[in-house]
Design a protein around this ligand. Sequence first.
Ligand code: AMP
Length: 291
Amino acid sequence: MYEMGRGQTMTTLFTDIQQFTTWRNEIPKHDTVGFVPTMGALHGGHISLMQRARSECDHVVVSIYVNALQFNSLNDFSKYPRTESVDFELCAQVGVDSVLVPLQSDMFISDSPNLLSPSKEAEAFEGTDRPGHFSGVVTVVDRLFAVVQPTAAYFGLKDYQQVAVIRNMATTLHPRIDIRPCDTMRETDGLAMSSRNRFLTETARASAGLIPLALSTAIAHWRNGCRDASEVTAIARSIFDRDASIELQYLSIVKDGTMDQVEAVSERDSIIAAVVIDGIRLIDNMQFSNA
Ligand code: AMP
């Protein structure tokens, strides 16, 4: 356990789930607890979730846990950036009350725990390109929810499909937790902030700027009156086609918070995409009404 003070708030770091539970049990029953689960390497996107939780809840908990279960390759898992002391400092600056950094052995008794099965929302897109990813996500988030017992949990819409899958898991297993989706934070050229952006070479970073351009150009086409999903996605595709280094993994339009593909586009639908540039996989999405 480690503490850092900022103004009125003292931020406590817990690596031991038992000690965290003792802290959690001391929170008065009617106080609200906001929870932001992360894998660390915190950036502006994570900070926006933490700030929203801070403004809406009496207590804020951030977890940092690089979830081995959701990685498809051991290499990807071991390369994932780990910046814990900077992360803790950022949490303290936002006024987070406690940062939970649990050990894998404390999270699960077994090295290969029983995995939860995610809902049908997990099947396509990320589910196809990253087999097993969502069962790892829901297994860990379910465990964290049980430990943290939040009133509300904050998730970024940057991971649109993850929000759909977690919403479903929470409805079934944690109906009292309010899942609050949060807007995507972007760099000045529109690229969605991501822990992976740091791995982009200068050239790949320039190419990555085409992702928000492609999605927003498709949305502009919709604003101009086109409602046909295949025509709208074709506009985005033509922008990706400008750059041979971009490998498009999927590009689709899905209905209002679900993973159901649409033929006629309406304002609450979202355009979603995954690309690989120079070995780095990036995802993004935009809702037609919000872009
Ligand atoms: P991660 O550490 O990648 O597991 O992300 C932790 C949380 O931060 C997830 O709910 C993500 O959706 C969210 N997040 C990641 N990037 C962004 C972003 N650019 N804007 C808003 N939220 C984000």
